[in-house]
Design a protein around this ligand. Structure first.
Ligand code: 4NP
Length: 146
């Protein structure tokens, strides 16, 4: 199983989803692959936002070694599931899809048609965003194990 987490900058939300998911998978002995990317290219090769690194560290996850990547259409074939943080990401990723198989891989990360709020402009949002992502990662592992 290969999972790709996608947000806008690949420095706040999707690096959290990638790092949390990877650690949870390791803890459960699951050898699925997880990666992340952003629909925008401004931060390529940069580490995650220091606020995401800090909140992850507070809860026992190390995302400091991850580097931002730009979503490219070759990534459709490198992933089984492409999980996007919000509807803008959904639109931007689907624009690059070339067939039904690729389109069907793309879904919102959260259940219930919810979006992960972009915390970039509000320091206070990093903790609730982290907690929502961690909770969903745990649920996704349970769902996808079936
Ligand atoms: P992310 O957050 O999509 O969760 O990584 C953002 C990061 C950077 C920007 C916007 C959102 N930005 O405008 O640079």
């Amino acid at each position: 199983m290969k999972i790709l987490m996608v947000c806008l900058g690949n420095i706040c939300r999707s690096p959290l989803a990638e790092g949390i998911m990877r650690q949870l998978l390791e803890e459960q002995g699951l050898s699925w692959e997880v990666a992340s990317a952003g629909t925008g290219d401004w931060h390529v090769n940069q580490p995650a936002d220091r606020r995401s690194i800090a909140i992850a560290k507070k809860f026992g996850y190390d995302i400091s070694k991850q580097r931002a990547r730009h979503f490219g259409k070759q990534m459709f074939d490198e992933a089984d599931h492409i999980l996007v943080m919000d509807r803008n990401n959904l639109r931007d990723v689907l624009k690059l899809a070339e067939n039904t198989e690729q389109r069907e891989k793309v879904k919102l990360f959260l259940a219930g048609d919810l979006e992960v709020t972009d915390p970039y402009y509000d320091d206070q949002l990093f903790e609730p965003v982290f907690l929502g992502i961690e909770e969903r990662c745990k649920a996704l592992i349970e769902e996808m194990k079936l």
